[in-house]
Design a protein around this ligand. Sequence first.
Ligand code: GLU
Length: 419
Amino acid sequence: MAGQYNPYQNMLDVLDEAAQKLGLTKNDYVTLRTPERELIVSVPVVMDDGRTEVFEGYRVQHSSTRGPCKGGIRFHPSADLNEVKALAAWMTWKCAVVNIPYGGAKGGVKVDPAKLTRDELRRLTRRYTAMILPIIGPEKDVPAPDVNTDANVMAWIMDTFSMFKGYAVPAVVTGKPLEIGGSLGRKEATGRGVMFSLLNLLEKLVRSPRGMTVAVQGFGNVGSIGAQLMQEKGFTIAAISDAHTALYKQDGIDIRAAMAYAEKNNRSIKGYSEPGLTVISNAELLALDVDVLFPAALENQINKDNAAAVRARIIVEGANGPTTKEADEILKTKGVVVIPDILANAGGVIVSYFEWVQNQESFMWDEDYINNNLEKVMKRAFDEVWRVHETAGVPLRMAAYMVALERVVKAKKLRGVFP
Ligand code: GLU
């Protein structure tokens, strides 16, 4: 990412503090300060005009202590090893905090997919899959969608892996299209989980969503679906944004209409209009006088330079790593409650887990069953984190890390260090 910010260092700083609060010695968790495996690959792609371009790709497996490594793949020009390492570690903590039997991993390719044709994107995805193939698999490491990757990309990954094996292996990847072993509810799962975690917080605060305003940064899968589901629960979505624009309307934007617009306009809300809507800047969006800020874009968005300007009383993190540690300190002194990424956005990987289980069973669950179980897992995790937040007197992020780290360290102790 831009400038000095190193997301992996940010992760380590929070991890070290959580370990210290749990009374762990360095020896208890030193293995968790470095990823188990880091793979850098070159991905040559024959472009439509005949030139060969080489992209850099990554797959980092942070931990397999609690189960197979799990985590998405992003295609983004700013993807780099430090970012992917941080994202892989966050997956370890995320799976542990919601107590699903996975470790953590992440992948990425440094590329702007908007500049590729569909054929180029397909060749890029297949070659990247071939390059990381030796380290992925249903029992090893299971990729999924992340920034700029979707069910279609997962279908290409599933097919590439299956062609090498000689038979269909749906469980190698989650977030697939329904037709080839995807799960009902997976597409909506991250946004739905964010909505559940916000409702879980409001229940603790004895507040109702009615009349509460939300500003959403990012209008991809998580931001758009999260906003839509929040609107259905009675929240007023006062602002939305994407990489190209930010839009504000005090009495609420019609999220379904904005989604339909984005669908037809290269997935962007730039140019979307409705009566009363004004265009604002990204900085203005983050500083709006709303009840809830819902960052659903990239890392390092709320940082030491703009945290003091945040006026929302609640931040629910749809993105991974949107708030830096320095920003957390500032928000804490302002009394802002942050529902941390590893808890708030865990809905995606929870339903990925359900998808993987369905693939292993060759059986399809119905959508109500999936959504009800998602709600249950989110609620149980929220309650566990809340308890630590109250008993240890720490913010929710620290409480979530403490719950997660304790679980991973316990598993590590049981397994021991090989040989
Ligand atoms: N990319 C999502 C995340 O950051 C989902 C990962 C998954 O389902 O494995 O949590």
